[in-house]
Structures are given as C-alpha cells and as structure tokens.
Write a protein that binds this ligand. Structure first.
Ligand code: CU
Length: 151
C-alpha cells in the first residue's frame, strides 16, 4: 500500500519535472556565452543608452541574434558606429551574426546595442535584464550592470 502511494507520487512529480526540463533545454544554449556586459550610464534626461558586451559562440554553427528586449526600454536595436570621411555615424542592423567558434565584441566605436526610452533612470551599479533571442528561437537572459563610461 505504502509502495503504491510512493509510485503514484513519483509519476505525479515527473509530470512536472519533465516539461520544465524540456523548457530549460530549449531556452538555453551553452554555445552562446555573454561576457563583460555593461550599459554606459547616461544623464537622467537621456532617451537613449548604449550596451556593450562580448558575445561568444563556442558552437560549430553560426548564431544570429535577431531580437533584444528589456522591460526597462521601449525597444533595443542593433547598431554599429562606422567612420566615413572623418565622420562617425551609426547604422542599424537587423541582427548580430556570430560565426561558429568565434566572438563578436560590442564596443565603443563599433557594434553596440542601442537602448531606447528608459522606463526608469539608471545609475551606476544598477542592474538591467536583457533578453536576447536567436534566429532559432533560443533565448538568453542576461543581467547587465550600469557603469560610468570611461573612454
Ligand atoms: Cu547606436
């Protein structure tokens, strides 16, 4: 009698555990690694902020990040600063591509995440969650620290 109860309990548990594990597998990708992510502190009135990070792809196939979003911003775009005729300007990209076994550095004067319309003003030391989604629908939630910009 006791044994039967335990068995039922285990079946009951596994109903919950299996779907959770499956969701976990789908939503994380060990080949996508984000390092040194930070947002440059901006004056409180600023409508845009910029995020930098190193995006590593340790896998054997290319990764493409097609979406970035955060509860603290109305939208996030993929930008790149390019220099032409002694002038710097920003171009918008539809995605960030990271070839197999390589890394993409988002840094000042190069590619970056452009963060629009902060919901609340952020100061150095604050943390912001950003969710990155790849073309294959893998999502990665990262915690990004706000730091004073030292260029
Ligand atoms: Cu920009």
């Amino acid at each position: 009698m006791k044994h039967k109860t335990v068995s039922i309990f285990i079946i009951f548990l596994s109903c919950f555990i299996s779907p959770l594990n499956a969701a976990d597998m789908k939503n994380s990708d060990a080949t996508l690694i984000i390092q040194d992510a930070w947002i440059a502190e901006a004056p409180p009135v600023s409508k845009v902020m910029v995020a930098y990070m190193t995006i590593k792809n340790t896998g054997t196939s290319a990764l493409e990040i097609t979406r970035a979003e955060s509860e603290n911003y109305s939208s996030i775009e993929f930008h790149e600063t390019i220099h032409e005729d002694g002038m710097a300007r920003m171009v918008r990209h539809g995605s960030l591509k990271i070839p197999a076994n390589s890394k993409l550095e988002l840094k000042r004067g190069g590619p970056h995440l452009m963060l629009f319309n902060p919901v609340k003003a952020l100061r150095a030391g604050d943390m912001v969650e950003i969710i990155l989604t790849t073309k294959d629908n893998i999502t990665k939630t990262i915690t990004v620290i706000v730091k004073k910009a030292q260029f």
